[in-house]
Design a protein around this ligand. Sequence first.
Ligand code: ZN
Length: 271
Amino acid sequence: MKTIYVIFFVLLTLEFQSCSSIPGASEPTDEQINAESLKAYQEVKAKAKISTNKEWTAMVDRVARRIANASGENFKWEWMLIDSPEVNAWCMPGGKMAVYTGIMPVLKNEAALAAVMGHEVAHATKRHGKQRYARAIKGNIIGAVVGGAAILGGQMLCKTSTCKTLSGLTGAAAGFAITFFDRKFSRGDESQADQVGQKYMAEAGYDPEEAIHLWERMGAANGGKAPSEWMSTHPSEEHRKSDLSNWLPEAKSLYSRAPQKYGLGEKIKSE
Ligand SMILES: [Zn+2]
């Protein structure tokens, strides 16, 4: 038991040091962040149970491709559909995405999936939380230093369920993943991801009005709880709805110019 406390203390100390020593000058470059992100993504992928649902996989493939194109970002895009009851989705820096099967029935249609993926991709394209990734890279060092102990430390440091699930990663990617999955974006970042995400979905050919209805359903499905990143620090549901409604005319005008229009896309049936 004593060992656990020692490891915990070491992790906290390192974490504190990394927090307090991030001058702007040493901000990591996109290349550094993307390299760490790729390692963590590959480890997540190796551990994850990939969904065998062909319909859902095909839908995630086409929506991810369209949102990636709409973003105009030259990332080395990758994505996967993870078989897990979690209501979750994320996009790591550099364009590594995951959607969890647990979110699919809540979405109800393809356009809502586009809204979620648009939001997540916007966090990556707008380089949100660069400082957090600076911490994550230092977290990587923590992972490398304590080796296997990072798994245990990760469980103790994690606040979110995704972090707890994925902190079982081993080796150098563990620290990065722990920090990445336990992060919270600021309200300002979340609001920007909503706005930019709504534009991406519109440019990708999905009716941007669905973003408003999606967040209503997400609120109801989560019953006020905060299981995933975009529920945890977001503006209140009312605030979010009024923002998305205010941005709708601009998104609609992008939608009207989209080369292909899919409306709400296909319905998502329960498994
Ligand atoms: Zn978000």
